[in-house]
Design a binder for this molecule. Structure first.
Ligand code: HEC
Ligand code: HEC
Length: 242
């Protein structure tokens, strides 16, 4: 009898003290540490995935897009879907807690977010990406801005690694490239669109158009095989384009 009581009491205490089920965690710090920090970094920076602790990034990403990315993930990248309906592990409430926690903790600093800011999502655009990647403007932005650090043809330089790297590019979406050109990687010493644009003759922050051009150019290095096929097909078909 005593044994039963002890066991029952013990069971009660354990039930009372058991850690909350994953679906019951409502604390931002815990949710972030368990689900996000492995890729985005313990303090939302210095991880392999783009930093979330970045006021400029948080100023430009629309609320709906933030919610969509966290809930649904990003196709063909390592960003997983977290919403339960998408096979993820977080309840809708937890997704909201993580998003508002990220904003509460890291949004802000007025100097980073002053002045007109580029669009996070590429504006609606009818220009074909191949045409865009071949625009003179794309090469100019790359050579005069990115080239200073990443090497004039993206092969890597003293300040930063190569961008002409199919393995890296196969893991990163055009949207993430766009975001990095806008925000830079302040945690790794890459400047944002203002300083990048200041390296061009006009000395102005990069425009939506210039950002789209340089992203198209870098993205065109993702598929070197396709690109050279296109090039040889064009050569075989004559130079009617020019
Ligand atoms: C397994 C790694 C991984 C985990 C875990 C992860 N992410 Fe990501 N996340 C990524 C990668 C990689 C990208 C960039 C994807 C791309 O190329 O567009 C990304 C992109 C994002 C973006 C868009 C960023 C941008 O630059 O546009 C947001 C917002 C985001 N993640 C939030 C979160 C949150 C919140 C969590 C935790 C609930 C989380 N992620 C967990 C890898 C991860
Ligand atoms: C002042 C030097 C500098 C300039 C200019 C610069 N970058 Fe970077 N960039 C860096 C550094 C430093 C890193 C991080 C270390 C690395 O990847 O070598 C980086 C990283 C990146 C990454 C990878 C980010 C990641 O999350 O892994 C991309 C993509 C990138 N740069 C694109 C560009 C493009 C496109 C331009 C021109 C519009 C540009 N950079 C101009 C210094 C620079």
């Amino acid at each position: 009898m005593a044994l039963v009581l002890v066991a029952a009491g013990c069971g009660r205490r354990l039930a009372h003290e058991r850690p909350p089920r994953p679906s019951e965690v409502r604390d931002f710090e815990q949710l972030f540490a368990r689900n996000c920090s492995g890729c985005h970094g313990a303090e939302g920076r210095l991880g392999p995935a783009p930093p979330l602790a970045d006021p400029l990034f948080l100023a430009i990403i629309p609320e709906a897009e933030m919610k969509r990315v966290v809930s649904e993930g990003r196709a063909r990248t390592l960003m997983p879907a977290f919403a339960r309906e998408q096979g993820g592990t977080l309840t809708a409430e937890q997704v909201d807690i993580v998003i508002s926690g990220v904003r509460k903790k890291w949004a802000g600093k007025p100097d980073d977010t002053a002045g007109p800011l580029p669009d996070y999502l590429a504006p609606a655009d009818k220009t074909d990406v191949h045409a865009r990647a071949n625009r003179e403007e794309a090469f100019q932005v790359f050579a005069l801005s990115c080239g200073n650090c990443h090497g004039t043809s993206g092969q890597g330089g003293n300040e930063a690694g190569p961008l002409k790297n199919a393995a890296f590019l196969s893991l990163v979406s055009d949207q993430a490239l766009r975001r990095i050109v806008i925000t830079g990687r302040p945690d790794l010493g890459m400047p944002d669109f203002r300083k990048l644009g200041a390296m061009l003759p006009a000395g102005q922050p990069l425009t939506n158009e210039q950002i789209a051009d340089v992203v198209a150019l870098v993205a065109s290095w993702r598929r070197p095989v396709e690109q050279s096929q296109t090039a040889s097909a064009a050569a075989a078909g004559g130079s009617s384009e020019r």
